[in-house]
Write a protein of this length. Structure first.
Length: 433
């Protein structure tokens, strides 16, 4: 089904490129390129199991290399081709070293029309982030942050100053079988094939921003994941300046759908107030926020769990997405049955370094004591999560961060559950010409 969705667009892509190239050939060609290298050192103990007696330690390095070319054959058309490879070297547990896959991270054509109706049409493999990434951000969570692309068609209608209406359709296969892959490792991208389509409005006026959306997602059943699901999500996002330095952001959504014959009725949302401090202060900003994502009540016939759609990424924590794995049937970053009240403080360490400290009080709407595969309790307090991150910038091409997270379990887990620590160092090298 994914091939049938994507392949019909290919003749249109070639037609757009060729026609615009001929029309604008007297203006000359413009080619830009870039290279990036990301190195990560990651180590954690029992973030998945919450059990120190099990061998749950992981220590490894991640090496991601990307190269891309942007070509503008005319004034209105651009083409991007980006290749990426990421491999890991494991210290604990030991694993065989492989260079893994070389794949197309981006491969799309964009047509920016400014004659008559104003719109941007983007066809092919592209990155899509809408709003803060609450519903659309990562097209395939199973390869981590190696890539986040969607196989998509996207149309942005420019309605006026700071207003646009986005129409999009995506098709995500379980593995990358749409474009060639060098040294194919059959890397899983999602547990089961997914398709989606949506309409997303975003606009702002006098400092007030408003987003609204309607998104349909279908998850196909497979032998390994035999449960099919279709869900429609309607939501709003509001950004409101309260004073010159204080702002409020809130987003909420309702879901209706079908999960193997069961009615699905999920809901989710978040809000945060942000206060910025004058530039000369050591304290940079203060954030207070809350998150609430519905969970399934086993006492009802309906299925009430929030479906995170295309947002299974570390939006609130890099480490806790792994703790969710056993709870969510092996699915990483499946945010649901989840609450948080949190505060975050950002500091200026110096001209090239910042520090952010965040505390989450995590909770749940329903206990999951019926699960015997992990150390679950009968309460609804997930526990305390502390995140400390230092960002640094050495020069215009070299930057990185140091990140530490620690979690102490609450009554949602059994009294035998242990705390965990999670540590990462990242260095990025990026050049663009």
């Amino acid at each position: 089904m994914s091939r049938r969705v994507i392949l019909p667009f290919l003749p249109m892509l070639l037609l757009c490129v060729c026609s615009e190239s001929l029309h604008g050939q007297d203006r000359g060609k413009r080619v830009t390129w870039g290279l990036s290298e990301r190195l990560r050192f990651v180590s954690w103990d029992n973030a998945v199991t919450l059990d120190e007696s099990q061998d749950g330690e992981n220590t490894f390095t991640r090496h991601r290399t990307s190269a891309w070319v942007d070509w503008k054959p005319g004034s209105a058309v651009s083409v991007r081709v980006k290749l990426t490879n990421e491999f890991r070297y494991y210290f604990q547990p030991e694993r065989e070293l492989t260079i893994h896959e070389l794949f197309f991270d981006n491969f799309y054509v964009q047509w920016r029309n400014r004659r008559g109706p104003r719109f941007d049409l983007t066809l092919g493999r592209q990155n899509i982030m809408l709003g803060e990434g609450f519903v659309v951000m990562d097209g395939h969570p199973l390869d981590g942050s190696r890539s986040i692309y969607f196989n998509a068609a996207r149309l942005d209608l420019l309605l006026g100053t700071h207003q646009r209406l986005i129409l999009f359709g995506v098709a995500q296969p379980r593995t990358d079988d749409l474009l060639p892959v060098v040294n194919d490792q059959e890397q899983p991208l999602v547990e089961q094939p997914e398709q989606g389509a949506g309409i997303y409005y975003t606009g702002s006026r006098a400092g007030i921003s408003l987003d609204g959306y309607l998104i349909r997602k279908i998850m196909e059943s497979t032998n390994a994941s035999p449960v099919s699901e279709s869900v429609t999500t309607a939501g709003l996002r509001l950004g409101l300046p309260l004073t010159g330095r204080l702002s409020l952001t809130a987003e909420g959504a309702l879901q209706r759908g079908d999960r193997e014959g069961r009615d699905q009725r999920g809901w989710g949302g978040y809000l945060h107030a942000d206060y910025t401090i004058p530039d000369r202060s050591f304290l940079k900003s203060i954030t207070l926020g809350g998150i609430a994502l519905s969970g399934d009540d086993p006492a009802t016939t309906a299925y009430e769990e929030w479906n995170p759609l295309f947002s299974r990424w570390p939006k609130w924590s890099e480490s806790y997405i792994y703790t969710l794995i056993r709870e969510k049937g092996g699915r990483v970053a499946w945010w649901s049955n989840f609450t948080s009240v949190y505060t975050s403080l950002a500091f200026r360490l110096c001209g090239r370094a910042d520090l952010t400290a965040t505390y989450h009080r995590l909770g749940a709407f329903h206990d999951m004591a019926y699960l015997s595969s992990i150390q679950m309790g009968r309460g609804t307090v997930r526990g305390d999560l502390i995140i400390v991150k230092a960002d640094f910038r050495i020069n215009r091409v070299l930057n990185g961060h140091v990140l530490y997270e620690t979690f102490t379990p609450g009554s949602f887990y059994s009294g035998r559950a242990d705390r965990y620590g999670w540590f990462r160092v990242e260095v990025n090298y990026v050049i663009q010409e």
